[in-house]
Design a protein around this ligand. Structure first.
Ligand code: 0A1
Ligand code: ZN
Length: 900
């Protein structure tokens, strides 16, 4: 964070190689919360390929004490935070540069650089936190060898950790002690880490396929050890998976995970010393839900996989962030799918991932913060840790995977490592390796066009139309693509994307038809590659009007525009062999009903729309009933199909968004399903409510999810009263696992039950000593239905709760972010009080932690789409934030882009 009036815009095309290389770094820390002393001794040499120039080292919030070159004092300047050294030795020989600084970890509320959390020191250096520890060339293409000496009071900080291997440790005078660490791998500064405090570890020794021994450790606060079993198991699975699937072994003798309760993000892949938000480490059945267990597996995997995709091969500059993030998200998604096992469990995972992509990333790509997967410019790099870089980036990798096949992808990865191991490279380098390893693939054939996925922002739409010719027995499918304008990129300037469209055709009975293209049998599923603006394909041997199942498993991150009839969607829902498209058909059916009902004004509304109790036609209710009762379908899949599209996803389909109307239409549909399927909900609950001894695995988790939804619907049907509310209340008290307990509590809260408040109190009293559970307790209340405007006052009261701390990111997210982002009905108020609350908290957080503030600032990204009077009120709130004089660059960039 820098505070200045006209922030610098960093341009991708301005990249130049560094003028100096830093070969080795010896860091010595005297750790003290109030004033930590850092001695940084570097071997530096000129980069002969760059014209001679002064050395400019990045620094932020540091106190500089002394600078020595080859052991002698030297002249220096400080310029806008940078330390500028002009009189350095000429010639190619390395020279020693020593810099003494101090910093104040206790005052570091930004949680970037070196900070203290619960009397323990942690670091966070990505993207530009290392410069808050010492002066450095704080850019990812400068890779150095690190040796680290840590000194601290032994009683307060018995454990001293850094990257790599422990070389030496021992006692010093005055009750202090030391530890010396050496990292055998060169790394960029953003992967540096240290931890010091009172911690304990779960340990595990493993032997790799090659017979090498490794020590795995999960470090937590004393008392949390029994919550680390799942994280350790996930780590072992991740290590085995990367070796089996990609031939990538663990390259370290020691691999450590450390948990902290103060963390801006999910976790961080520091070499050999991953630092995690406690939310993604600590779990036992009494405190964590199935979703928490699944997230832990996925985040532990993600950070571990970075060891190769991110650490061994890193990014040349931060515009290439998706090189490591898109690829690593793809890898963690595949890991979770492989761990899930069955085809159905894989589909469930894919649906969950696509739901995030479509609700959050598509919205980002259509709003003021839209940017390419490889952005062209930024003001604050921390604002670009986005769903576009991560999730869309993963989709771009997934398309490559699908275009070259699973084995081809493995070959491409192999070539990528052969070419670039130990280097800092670009997104282009990755795709090129993938294409070169698969020269006959459609990826190689359309490589230049494919790369547009990295340079052009916005979600393309594929417009599909089909013509069946009974006489010729052909079905001709025409696909056309378009992409809307995004900031800095007009629609007309965009060139066609390469879009793999995986499809099947179903006959009238829902049976898969054999596909013939140009006389070739291509099976019952085929991937068409749309690479021009418009192309057509003719399938032969088609004897009756087929139903197309398009874009299976979401084969590309696009919107599909096809005029499905209700009958076609019902066929797909009942019969498609692609589970993803079965779910998708149900979503389309209810989405269409919702958007029609929302669009209908009082005069034009049909009888149904005026009487919103029965918005869903009988045919759709019946189809959903069949799914719910289906003897073969997995519970997890049923739960997804029976869940209506979210309010924010519905909002994205509309040009003018009235959040209250969306909320009431969706609620009406939910109530209708609750009432119409009451006997089936009851049967589903009874069949799934008791899953036996708790195991966090997909089948049992699916059963708990369906029981949870059923209980929700049963409470809703009785408006929170009666026997089901009583059962839910009992379950809050008795449930043996957090999933069932939290679902029961949610059923009471979401149905505005009179029992909700007692249940919340009970839950609080029982679990108030578990911080991660308290986060859930705050979040449940922030997401409560807005009965007569009650949510905002409740949220405000909770701000004063003794357990609420704005400074703690998890707590701020649970209350403030949940209210602003996940409760549209409670947030978008006619009196604008939600927006005022938002502005107040963006400003309050900005003074503490600009990264967090900028994330909250994005809650009003889509204000331009809001209907009056929300739109003007939201604009005013954003303008009020923007008018603040000393905003961080983080928040300024977000609100400036929002106002356009
Ligand atoms: N590289 C991490 C995410 C991360 C990014 C920035 C952080 O601090 C500003 C922290 C973590 C990952 O992808 O998991
Ligand atoms: Zn990552």
């Amino acid at each position: 964070m820098k505070t200045e009036q006209t922030p610098t815009v960093v341009q991708r095309l301005d990249y130049t190689a560094p003028a100096f290389w830093i070969e080795t770094v010896e860091l010595a820390f005297d750790l003290d919360p109030a004033k930590t002393r850092v001695l940084n001794k570097m071997q530096v040499r000129r980069n002969p390929e760059v014209p001679a120039q002064p050395l400019r080292l990045d620094g932020e919030d540091l106190n500089l004490a002394r600078v020595l070159v080859n052991g002698s004092g030297t002249s220096f300047k400080l310029d806008g935070g940078q330390l500028v050294l002009e009189n350095l030795p000429e010639g190619p020989e390395p020279f020693a540069l020593e810099i003494f600084t101090t910093c104040a970890p206790l005052k570091n509320t930004q949680l970037s650089g070196l900070y203290v959390s619960q009397e323990t020191f942690f670091t966070q250096c990505e993207a530009q936190g290392f410069r808050r520890i010492t002066y450095f060339l704080d850019r990812p293409d400068v890779m150095a060898s690190y040796s680290v000496l840590l000194r601290a009071d032994k009683a307060h900080y018995p454990v001293l950790l850094s990257n790599g291997n422990l070389v030496e440790s021992g006692d010093l005078d005055d009750g202090r002690h030391f530890a010396r660490w050496h990292d055998p791998h060169k790394k960029p500064s953003y992967l540096f880490a240290l931890v010091a405090g009172k911690l304990v570890a779960r340990e595990q020794k493993i032997t790799s396929r090659t017979g090498k021994e490794h020590l795995l450790q999960v470090w937590v606060r004393p008392g949390d050890l029994e919550k680390t079993e799942h994280a350790m198991r996930s780590l072992m699975h991740a290590i085995a998976w990367d070796e089996a699937r990609f031939g990538l072994p663990l390259d370290l003798e020691r691999f450590m995970i450390v948990a902290t309760s103060d963390f801006n993000m999910g976790a961080m892949e520091n070499k050999g010393l991953n630092i995690f938000n406690t939310k993604y480490v600590l779990a036992n059945q009494a405190t964590a839900t199935d979703a928490d267990f699944a997230n832990i597996e996925s985040v532990v995997g993600h950070e571990y996989f970075h060891n190769w995709t991110g650490n061994r091969i890193t990014c040349r500059d931060w515009f290439q962030l998706s090189l490591k993030e898109g690829l690593t998200v793809f890898r963690d998604q595949e890991f979770s799918m492989d761990m899930a096992g069955s085809a159905s469990a894989r589909a469930v995972k894919r649906i969950e991932d696509v739901r995030v992509l479509r609700t959050v990333q598509f919205a980002e790509d259509a709003g003021p913060m839209a940017h390419p997967v490889r952005p062209d410019s930024y003001v604050e790099i921390n604002n670009f840790y986005t769903v576009t870089i991560y999730e869309k980036g993963a989709e771009v990798v997934r398309m490559q995977h699908n275009l070259v096949g699973k084995d081809g992808f493995a070959q491409g990865m192999k070539l990528y490592f052969e070419r670039f191991d130990g280097q800092a490279v670009t997104c282009d380098d990755f795709v090129q390796a993938m294409a070169d390893a698969n020269p006959a693939s459609p990826l190689a054939q359309h490589l230049d066009a494919f790369k547009r996925w990295y340079s052009q922002a916005g979600t393309p739409t594929v417009h599909a139309s089909g013509v069946f010719d009974a006489q010729a027995q052909t079905y001709t499918l025409t696909l056309r693509q378009s992409c809307p304008a995004t900031p800095g990129q007009s629609a007309s300037a965009k060139q066609p994307f390469v879009i793999p469209v995986t499809l099947g055709l179903l006959d009238g009975q829902g049976k898969a038809l054999p596909l013939q293209l140009q006389g070739l049998n291509v099976g019952t599923e085929h991937t068409l590659v749309l690479h021009q603006e418009e192309q057509a394909w003719t399938f032969t041997g088609i004897t009756s009007q087929p139903t197309p199942s398009l874009l299976r498993s979401l084969s590309a991150p696009v919107l599909l525009d096809y005029p499905f009839t209700e009958a076609e969607l019902l066929t797909l829902l009942a019969h498609d062999s692609d589970a993803f498209n079965r779910w998708e058909a149900a979503q389309r059916l209810s989405l269409r009903i919702a958007t029609n009902a929302i669009a209908a004004t009082a005069e034009t509304a049909t009888e149904k729309e005026q009487n919103p109790a029965n918005l869903l036609p009988q045919s759709v209710v019946d189809a959903l009933r069949l799914v719910l009762e289906h003897p073969q379908l997995d519970a997890a899949f049923k739960e997804l199909v029976l869940t209506l599209p979210s309010e924010s996803y519905i909002a994205e389909q509309l040009d003018s968004v009235d959040p209250q109307r969306i909320h009431s239409v969706r609620e009406a549909m939910r109530r209708q399903l609750a009432l119409a399927l009451q006997p089936q909900w009851q049967a589903a609950y009874e069949a799934h409510a008791h899953t036996g001894a708790y195991q966090p695995e997909p089948i049992a988790a699916g059963r708990r999810a369906l029981a949870g939804l059923a209980l929700n619907m049963l409470c809703l049907a009785a408006q929170g009263d009666g026997v089901w509310a009583g059962k839910a209340y009992q379950r809050v008290k008795d449930a043996g696992n957090m999933t069932d307990k939290a679902n029961a509590l949610q059923a009471l809260v979401q149905s505005a039950s009179p029992l909700a408040s007692n249940a919340l109190d009970y839950f609080y009293r029982q679990l108030r000593h578990e911080p991660l559970v308290l986060d859930k307790w705050f979040a449940l209340q922030a997401a409560a239905p807005d009965v007569q405007g009650s949510v905002l006052p409740a949220v405000k009261a909770l701000l004063k709760h003794p357990d609420f701390v704005l400074k703690n990111p998890n707590r701020a997210r649970s209350l403030v972010f949940t209210y602003c982002n996940a409760n549209p009905g409670g947030f978008h108020r006619l009196d604008a009080a939600g927006y005022i609350f938002w502005a107040d908290h963006v400003l309050a957080l900005d003074a503490i932690n600009p990264q967090m503030a900028a994330r909250l600032a994005r809650a009003l990204d889509r204000w331009q789409k809001l209907a009056p009077p929300y739109r003007e009120a939201a604009r005013e709130a954003i303008a009020r934030v923007a008018a603040k004089a000393d905003l961080s660059n983080d928040v300024r960039e977000v609100v400036a882009r929002a106002l356009g």
